[in-house]
Design a protein around this ligand. Structure first.
Ligand code: FAD
Length: 482
């Protein structure tokens, strides 16, 4: 990184072509693209250097359309199938032209990413099950971000860490500058064009409380603590058009022992369909066999969010050992259900009564001499699949809490990633990419790998368009390139 002079003098002495707010995947794609398009670029990142990269650090794959099998993905994933998947998970809550364009462009991002230092997991490595729809990042999001930062530094992009942008200055819809808190003081930073990539709003617990009340105190945030949405709120207050449902959150069930922030993907609990889940009162509250696909994560996240004290307990016996992905934290283990309940500070008689009733209700399927999981009868809620009696010690438990991934509020953008205002006009020199505008494409639900895909495609567009605006001073008479 180039060392910058003291922030206040630096801020007042230089006008960059493009200022990028936020240094996650979308911000780095925008900054690098703007620089490659000939602009001088300053990137402002709220976190310190060792915590840079926002939620992007936690990602492991991205979803890209492709027309032939290759080194990193097998089979085909044509744009139409990607589109159908998107329509299914969003139930149609997507901007069709933005989504289609994002999908088409996802097919072309990998060579550029590789040129900027990204590396992908080869199918031949055997490190994971082959995927047809997503490509896995070698070293995960952290390695991706480190490579991008290195590229940015090599290209001469200036980077200011521990710099929190708090507001935009607009003049007739044109952004003239931002106020940032940096080095213990407020500074105004001017530029010809701005790209906003400051991520989501999910780490602002007070904001969460608007929708969840005090229950939000019991939530864990799976990603960065810096996703407080200051700039999203500021842009909306200043007339940017909102998109997405502010009351919708992507929440999954995570291990309750995970940290408040940044627990990442490893704290997610995979094995819920294999056991039973009880609440603080020792009672089951949902059919654990109902959801066995990837949608189960979000379903359980929302269910646990509605439990008393926002906590639940997944209980298993030793029959399921080795059947599911290992978890980050070891299970809490005991030789009897009563002792397990006591360790969890639950009422032993309630948990024992629940387990006994469950065991009595299990109808297993006999295959010759072996018994395979069946379903329950005569209890509520039923367990429709994977029901096996919980009777073989030792007994294990994973305590669960809701883990928030992101929420679905953002700013509206057009094909060129311009921020659109409520008056129907665009801000000609303000662009947005990544989580802050993802709800244009993903209005609800989730598709694995789409977060990084949206950030990469729109980050590149925003960087290129911001550079173009800065270099030409205008975007008029320009046909969209997509
Ligand atoms: C645990 C977890 C696993 C995930 N796994 C995947 C996956 O495998 N594949 C996938 O596609 N998606 C995944 N996602 C979603 C994905 O991480 C996001 O969609 C994506 O990272 C968003 O990128 P972004 O650049 O918009 O935001 P971020 O990466 O969050 O970056 C925003 C940046 O802005 C900075 N910032 C915030 N406010 C300010 C401010 N006021 N001033 C200056 N800087 C600011 C933050 O510090 C941060 O560095 C995962 C998310 C989580 C939490």
């Amino acid at each position: 990184m180039r060392l910058l002079p003291s922030t206040r003098s630096f801020a007042s002495s230089r006008i960059y072509d493009v200022v990028v707010v936020g240094g996650g995947n979308a911000g780095l794609c925008a900054a690098i693209m703007a620089r490659q398009s000939g602009a001088t670029v300053l990137l402002l990142e709220q976190a310190a250097r060792d915590l840079r990269g926002g939620n992007s650090r936690h990602a492991r794959n991205l979803r890209v359309a492709h027309r032939m099998p290759g080194r990193y993905m097998h089979g085909l994933y044509l744009p139409n199938e990607y589109w159908e998947d998107l329509i299914r998970v969003t139930a149609g809550q997507t901007n069709a032209s933005l989504a289609r364009s994002m999908i088409d462009q996802s097919a072309h991002v990998m060579p550029w990413m590789a040129q900027c230092g990204a590396r992908f997991q080869s199918l031949r490595s055997g490190a994971r099950r082959p995927s047809r729809k997503t490509v896995f990042l070698l070293g995960g999001g952290k390695a991706l971000l480190n490579a991008y930062y290195l590229t940015a530094e090599r290209l001469g992009i200036d980077i200011l860490y521990e710099t929190e942008v708090v507001s935009f200055h607009f003049d007739g819809g044109i952004a003239r500058g931002v106020t940032a808190l940096t080095g213990g003081a407020a500074a105004t930073i001017h530029a010809k064009a701005f790209v906003v990539t400051s991520g989501g709003i999910q780490s602002d617990i007070d904001w969460l409380k608007r929708y969840w009340g005090d229950a939000a105190d019991g939530f864990l945030i799976r990603g960065t603590a810096y996703a407080k949405g200051q700039i999203l709120k500021d842009l909306l207050d200043q007339g940017a058009a909102p998109v997405g449902n502010p009351a919708q959150w992507h929440i999954v069930a995570v291990d309750a022992r995970a940290p408040k922030f940044d627990g990442g993907i490893v704290s997610r609990i995979d094995c819920l369909p294999l056991g039973i889940v009880v609440d603080r009162n020792g009672r089951r509250f949902h059919d654990e066999g109902a959801n066995i696909g990837p949608e189960r994560y979000a379903i359980w996240g929302n269910l646990v969010a509605q439990c008393p004290s926002q906590i639940a307990y997944a209980i298993f016996d030793s029959k399921i050992d080795g059947l599911s992905r290992p978890s980050l934290y070891p299970p809490i283990r005991a030789p009897t259900i009563a002792e397990l309940a006591a360790k969890l500070a639950l009422n032993p008689s309630s948990v024992m009564a629940t387990v006994d009733a469950f065991n009595a209700a299990v109808q297993n399927t006999l295959h010759g001499k072996s018994v395979s999981p069946g379903h329950t009868e005569y209890i509520a809620p039923l367990k429709s699949r994977w029901a096996l009696p919980i009777d073989t010690p030792p007994f294990d438990c994973f305590p669960l809490r809701p883990g928030v991934t992101f929420n679905y509020l953002g700013v509206k953008v057009d094909q060129n990633a311009h921020v659109l205002m409520t008056n129907g006009r665009e801000s000609p020199n303000t662009f947005a990419a990544g989580s802050i505008m993802a709800a244009n494409v993903l209005g609800r639900g989730y598709l694995a790998g789409i977060g990084i895909a949206i950030g990469t495609v729109f980050g590149r567009i925003a960087g290129r368009e911001a550079a173009y605006y800065a270099n030409s001073g205008s975007h008029k008479d320009r046909a969209p390139r997509h």
